[in-house]
Design a binder for this molecule. Structure first.
Ligand code: NDP
Length: 315
């Protein structure tokens, strides 16, 4: 049978390119988990995806109710779930004020981390019951949350501190909207959320890899400077960022190439090692990359896990 992969945020950028790359092999059916059904449907058609190669299911990660409803809906499809890719993200580098999810969490961490945390925890049960030979849960990371790299050292740097803002509910009412308790900064909130993604992947690995055999992985696909992620950035930035990445940092990858990379992490028989953060070198060969001190801090990962469980109603 075909493998079945759930991909969040498959309506544009990396998620769409990955869905397309998997569908084209003829070996995968993609469940496109998207907040905008029409956009997803148009995107899949425009990408030339065969209509039998995907199913679109509504998911708004900015609402925990929507996440729970998605899990119900996807179970009703009566398809196995073999791979889950937590890919969707928001990035609000120019926001002056925070915005909030339906549950009152600051948006970047609410969507990128907390929505995915609940989704991944719920779908782990489905992965466990799948009979697919190589089951995987992939959480897309980023270099920008990784302070052991050049890009990760561009201010404002990621820093979760002692997680006091998160523990307080990240709602700007009784607590700060930033995980570390500081003032709102949209660019930093995104980077913090990516550190959460990488910590969560490792904590999943420690808690569940042996018991379930599921492979847990994260990756940095390269700088895909053309995606919608930068849609809220100032126009001059959007104009100069792609050539800057192409010719100066040489970290640029096309959406197609990045999609192929993530598709490898989904399906390559050689990439089954769990607990790994994958990156690619200049010749597009994958390698196991090192995470920054904070993004590999096991104590912090445990604390993050426990606080997140409370916030999403799992504990
Ligand atoms: P895009 O903005 O193109 O894609 C983001 C996707 O997330 C879109 O499909 C968007 O939906 C979806 N999304 C946003 N909010 C929600 C929500 N509340 N509920 C459900 N879906 C939502 O960005 P990219 O493709 O670049 O980003 C994909 C991943 O790659 C992210 O995890 C990002 O951190 C990571 N990444 C990107 C890099 C880059 O250079 N671009 C580099 C490193 C990592 P909609 O289409 O409706 O807006």
């Amino acid at each position: 049978r075909k493998g079945v992969a759930v991909i969040t945020g498959a309506s544009s950028g990396l998620g769409l390119a990955t869905a397309k790359a998997l569908a084209e092999t003829g070996k995968w059916h993609v469940i496109m988990a998207c907040r905008d059904f029409l956009k997803a449907s148009r995107a899949a058609k425009a990408a030339g995806m065969d209509k039998d190669s995907y199913t679109i299911v509504h998911l708004d990660l900015a609402s925990l109710d929507s996440v729970r409803q998605f899990v119900k809906n996807v179970r009703q499809l009566e398809m196995p779930i073999d791979v889950v890719v937590c890919n969707a993200a928001v990035y609000q580098p120019t926001a002056k004020e925070p915005s909030y999810t339906a549950d009152g969490f600051e948006m970047s961490v609410g969507v990128n981390h907390l929505g995915h945390f609940l989704l991944a925890r719920e779908l782990l049960e489905d992965l466990k019951s799948s009979d697919y030979p190589s089951k995987r849960l992939i959480i897309v990371g980023s270099i920008t949350g990784n302070t052991n790299t050049l890009a990760g050292n561009v201010p404002p740097k990621a820093n979760l501190g002692d997680l006091r803002g998160l523990a307080g509910g990240l709602n700007g009412v009784g607590s700060s909207v930033m995980i570390d308790g500081g003032e709102f900064d949209g660019a930093k909130a995104y980077k913090d959320s990516k550190v959460c993604n990488m910590l969560t992947m490792q904590e999943f690995h420690r808690r569940y890899h042996e018991e379930t055999g599921v492979t847990f992985a994260s990756l940095y696909p390269g700088c895909i400077a053309t995606t919608g992620l930068f849609r809220e950035h100032i126009p001059l930035f959007r104009l100069l960022f792609p050539p800057f990445q192409k010719y100066i940092t040489k970290g640029y990858v096309s959406e197609d190439e990045a999609g192929k990379r993530l598709a490898q992490v989904v399906s390559e028989p050689s990439l089954t090692k769990s607990g790994v953060y994958w990156s690619w070198n200049k010749n597009s060969a994958s390698f196991e990359n090192q995470l920054s001190e904070e993004a590999s801090d096991a104590e912090k990962a445990k604390k993050l896990w426990e606080i997140s469980e409370k916030l999403v109603g799992l504990a």
